[in-house]
Design a protein around this ligand. Structure first.
Ligand code: G3H
Ligand code: 13P
Ligand code: ZN
Length: 284
């Protein structure tokens, strides 16, 4: 089926209290792994591309790969721009056919984040495209372990209320203690803060940096209003681990398909597990 918007899949996620998985892609094998997993679980899915992924694969390749994947499946597929920090890149994604964009103004002062995000919402809405905004700083691993000063980087619930009211975003990425990339130790999520943000905003919330977060914590976050869960690192880890295993067992292997094929399968299994944890199996 054709690509659908994030708003469309979030409608059912809200009504039935589950989260949709948003999985990062960089190449054909990962796009295929994501769609095969969603299909096997009969689940809606978000395939997202970061600015780094677009630079690596090329915008047109990513759009063509994801469109092709969506057209050959019956599950709803959203093509989403992950962490759009550059206004021009957001416009490019809109023109190229993305059905959802994230505008990440989180490093900016609140007023500037609101104004950038509102501008993107105005344009995207006119094109029938969904928008995710971000408030608070979702750290990298280094930021995460530096616990001192953590409070200051997390999303302020009152600011979130104002941000949502003034921008009109469809979904909000929140900083509640997760970080991008691998964790050293187990992350500590601020569930009280999540609950308050949800009460004050009433919109679908997005959890970034979700690789390495224990399944139980993910389920708890979903119960408190997280409706989109972003996963990249756990896919990369499974994919590359399998490549290393194949190469270690057969160092003479020169056929990329014999290396990337098993890696694609390993990625697919990780994604299937995540989809079950998010509660979106059977909700396509
Ligand atoms: O949010 C970050 C994603 O994991 C994308 O990472 O910028 O290395 O593509 P990347
Ligand atoms: P992880 O790589 O930590 O799973 O984070 C993914 C993410 O938040 C993409 O926006
Ligand atoms: Zn992210």
């Amino acid at each position: 089926m054709p690509l659908v918007t994030l708003v469309e899949v979030l409608k059912r996620a809200e009504a039935e209290s589950f989260a949709v998985g948003a999985f990062n892609c960089n190449n054909m094998e990962i796009v295929q792994a994501i769609v095969e997993a969603a299909e096997a679980e009969a689940s809606p899915v978000v395939i997202q591309a970061s600015q780094g992924a677009l630079k690596y694969a090329g915008l047109e390749y990513i759009v063509a790969l994801v469109r092709t994947a969506a057209s050959s499946t019956r599950v709803p597929v959203v093509l989403h721009l992950d962490h759009g920090t550059d206004r021009n890149q957001v416009w490019q994604a809109l023109r190229a056919g993305f059905t959802s964009v994230m505008v990440d103004g989180s490093p900016l002062p609140l007023e500037e984040n609101i104004s950038l995000t509102r501008q993107v919402v105005e344009v995207a809405r006119a094109m029938g495209v969904s928008v995710e905004g971000e408030l608070g700083r979702i750290g990298g691993t280094e930021d995460h372990v530096r616990v001192a000063g953590r409070e200051a980087t997390l999303t302020d619930p009152e600011e979130a209320r104002r941000f949502v009211a003034e921008t009109g975003v469809d979904a909000l990425a929140v900083a509640i203690g997760t970080a991008h990339g691998p964790y050293r130790g187990v992350p500590r999520l601020d569930f009280e803060r999540l609950k308050t943000i949800r009460e004050l905003t009433g919109i679908p919330l997005v959890l970034h940096g979700s690789s390495g977060v224990p399944d139980e914590d993910i389920r708890r976050a979903v119960a408190l209003g997280v409706r989109k869960v972003n996963i990249d690192t756990d896919i990369r880890t499974a994919f590359v681990k399998k490549m290393r295993e194949v190469l270690a067992a057969r160092p003479e292997e020169i056929d990329p398909r014999k290396i990337l094929g098993p890696a694609r399968e390993a990625a697919r299994e990780v994604i299937r597990h995540k989809i079950r944890v998010f509660g979106s199996s059977g909700r396509a």
